[in-house]
Write a protein that binds this ligand. Structure first.
Ligand SMILES: C[S@@+](CC[C@H](N)C(=O)[O-])C[C@H]1O[C@@H](n2cnc3c(N)ncnc32)[C@H](O)[C@@H]1O
Length: 249
């Protein structure tokens, strides 16, 4: 029922913004284009995924869907201009990914650039020992904490969740942290610094890690260094994920 309601709301809002004729043109163009490039079956799958994704907030009463530009936020870090706007990882592809990958039982999940916490909420439903979100916007941290408090009441989740207000480059990576998630949060300069911090953390505490990169715009930077190698790559419901790991030998 909530899926029907949310789809209806999306259609109504879009109709309000575009008007009926340009909405129909836009929608038809999108669908035809998708059938041409991805085929009919994938297009239908994508539409279903899209509907489930849009219904996430309605189902849980959270507020994770609406994008926020960083220029509208009060962020002190000099890396503000190197960061990209908040938008959430899509729920359905993330869930599919979590059931595809296999991590050790005591794994700790870290989302670099957690925003309003969509990924943190989702990850808290899997078998992680802890889930940590790093976010440099105080407003988004506040939203993420509020979202988690609401989500916890309505879903089967655990308490070991922390949202830390920090720039990712200043965050000291914990010795037990081993699954790292990035949804295109920042540019190559910040990515380089983060990779350096990860390398330092691995020197300090040798361990196997997984680096999950959603919408991997700066993948060349990861692939041009010799610490991480590509383990796998998936396109799930139209979302592109690359998984990297390290060699322990
Ligand atoms: C595309 S959103 C991803 C949100 C969330 N990880 C998800 O997948 O739903 C990127 C987020 O990274 C944050 N961000 C960008 N640069 C950052 C930095 N240097 N330190 C901490 N957070 C950063 C932005 O504020 C934004 O909320």
């Amino acid at each position: 029922m909530y899926i029907v309601h949310t789809t209806w709301m999306v259609v109504v809002n879009s109709l309000r913004e575009r008007g009926i004729s340009s909405f129909c043109k836009y929608f038809t163009w999108k669908v035809i284009n998708s059938i041409k490039t991805r085929g009919l079956k994938r297009t239908i799958m994508d539409i279903l995924c899209f509907i489930e994704d849009f219904s996430f907030d309605f189902k849980y009463g959270t507020n994770t869907m609406s994008p926020v530009r960083l220029c509208a936020l009060n962020i002190k870090s000099e890396n503000k201009i190197k960061g990209f706007k908040y938008r959430p990882t899509r729920a359905k592809p993330f869930k599919k990914l979590m059931t595809t990958l296999d991590f050790p039982d005591d794994s700790v999940f870290v989302d670099f650039g957690a925003g309003k916490g969509r990924v943190i909420l989702l990850a808290s439903q899997y078998r992680f020992k802890r889930v940590v979100g790093i976010e440099f916007s105080p407003q988004l941290c506040k939203e993420a904490r509020k979202n988690f408090a609401i989500f916890k009441k309505k879903s089967k989740t655990f308490d070991q969740v922390e949202i830390i207000e920090s720039d990712v480059v200043d965050y000291e990576i914990g010795d037990d942290e081993n699954v790292f998630f990035l949804f295109n949060p920042f540019n190559g300069t910040v990515m380089n610094r983060l990779l350096r911090n990860l390398a330092i953390s691995l020197e300090k505490k040798k361990r196997k890690i997984w680096l999950i990169y959603n919408h991997p715009v700066y993948r060349d930077i990861i692939e041009s260094q010799d610490i991480f190698y590509k383990l796998d790559e998936f396109i799930l419901c139209g979302s592109d994920f690359v998984i990297y790991t390290n060699d322990l030998s």
